[in-house]
Design a protein around this ligand. Structure first.
Ligand SMILES: Cc1ncc(COP(=O)(O)O)c(C=O)c1O
Length: 378
């Protein structure tokens, strides 16, 4: 059987990883500033993460959600404490799209409405409702297109005022837009959304799948705005590579048996992985570290005059390049063995492990000074 060929691939095959580094079959070493798409939060193969999974495997790895699972309760308790949302309830699932699908479904159950407001350049995943709320027509199949979604410009209070009304079930917004190219909702815009949603009984869903879990220096990016979201979705950094997602749900939303469900969500291994991530985040003070290193990178990146714009918070950074430097990401990989991310047309995205060292951050700066200097002299 052949693989269904949907991914444009780099001709690189990592077989080993540690911290911020990957190694291929020939032993060549790569600096990972992409984290497998913002997934590696505490570092590849962190010893505590590896040990937690191994010791859980020796005990029990799976049973269905029809039995009591103490690890789920431990995870919910710890997540409530570390995230600053101790009163919210946790529903565990397997991916970011599934978390968003459940979040929108939940909002619709709560107020009986259908319509969702999303934002231009948003990415929320590839399941039916999540992809319909994603601003990329190319990946929306006719089957997914029947949802009632309105896309509004980010940070436009006037457009939002015109669109929000008592027909809206929920407003879904990324803490920081990732796939769209690192675009940040302003604090005042988030505060405005929160206020307007309350006025009309719509739920505010914060998609923190990419921007959450300490990446920005706060546990959730929206916490810079000092707002409380009704529903928050998480995945990526949550399991440091083990597939796990979750939905944080306001205490006023009451569950009923069968309202949401999943076979694999919240399994023992996923909980062990997620718990170990929270423990490392806390024990190694990684949120503060991410804030400090992010600030250092932002300050240093500003010294490169050929970079057009730099945006970001903590270790979620994007910078725009002119067309003449469109190959920079490829050059960083081929000439300097550095993985970075991208957003169309010419944005480089930096999404490293939150445990990256300053020395590793400097490797990128050195590579950039070589490449950008060379480009200036051509
Ligand atoms: C903000 C955001 N939401 C949702 C998703 C979808 O997550 P998953 O690929 O785990 O379904 C992504 C993935 O890139 C994302 O960046």
């Amino acid at each position: 059987m052949k693989l269904f060929d949907v991914y444009p691939l780099f001709n690189i095959e990592p077989i080993k990883a540690q911290g911020s580094w990957l190694w291929d079959k020939e032993g060549k070493k790569y600096l990972d500033l992409y984290g497998g798409h913002a997934v590696i939060s505490i570092g590849h193969n962190h010893p505590h993460f590896v040990e937690s999974l191994k010791s859980q495997l020796d005990k029990i790895s799976f049973y269905s959600n029809s039995i009591k699972n103490e690890l789920q309760e431990k995870l919910a308790e710890k997540l409530g404490q570390v995230s600053g949302y101790p009163q919210h309830q946790l529903f565990l699932c397997n991916s970011g799209a599934e978390a968003n699908e459940n979040a929108m479904k939940l909002a619709s159950f709560v107020n009986g409405r259908k319509k969702i407001i999303a934002f231009k350049k948003a990415f929320h995943g590839r399941t039916s409702g999540a992809v319909a709320a994603t601003d990329n027509q190319k990946i929306v199949a006719p089957f997914n297109a029947g949802h009632a979604i309105e896309f509004l410009p980010l940070n436009d209070e006037r457009a939002f005022t015109q669109a929000i009304n008592s027909e809206v079930a929920a407003v879904i917004i990324e803490g920081i837009q990732g796939v769209g190219g690192i675009h940040i909702p302003t604090n005042s815009f988030l505060q405005f959304l929160s206020k307007k949603c309350k006025e009309v009984g719509a739920l505010l869903i914060l998609d923190e799948v990419q921007s959450g879990y300490g990446r920005t220096g706060k546990f959730f990016a929206h916490q810079f705005a000092n707002i409380e979201a009704d529903i928050i979705t998480i995945a990526k950094g949550m399991g440091n590579g083990f597939p796990v997602g979750g939905v944080l749900i306001h205490p006023s939303i009451k569950p009923w048996a069968g309202m949401l469900g999943t076979t694999f969500g919240g399994n023992y291994l996923a909980c062990a992985a997620a718990l170990s991530v929270l423990e490392v985040l806390e024990n190694e003070n990684l949120m503060q570290h991410a804030a400090e290193l992010g600030q250092y990178w932002m300050n240093e990146l500003k010294n490169f005059s050929s970079i057009l714009e730099i945006r970001g918070e903590g270790l979620m950074i994007g910078f725009d390049l002119p067309d003449s430097l469109a190959t920079l990401r490829q050059d960083l990989l081929v000439k300097h063995s550095i993985f970075t991310g991208e957003a169309k047309p010419n944005t480089v995205r930096l999404l490293p492990s939150l445990a990256m060292s300053k020395g590793e951050a400097d490797i990128l700066l050195e590579a950039l000074s070589i490449e950008l200097k060379q480009a200036a002299t051509v």
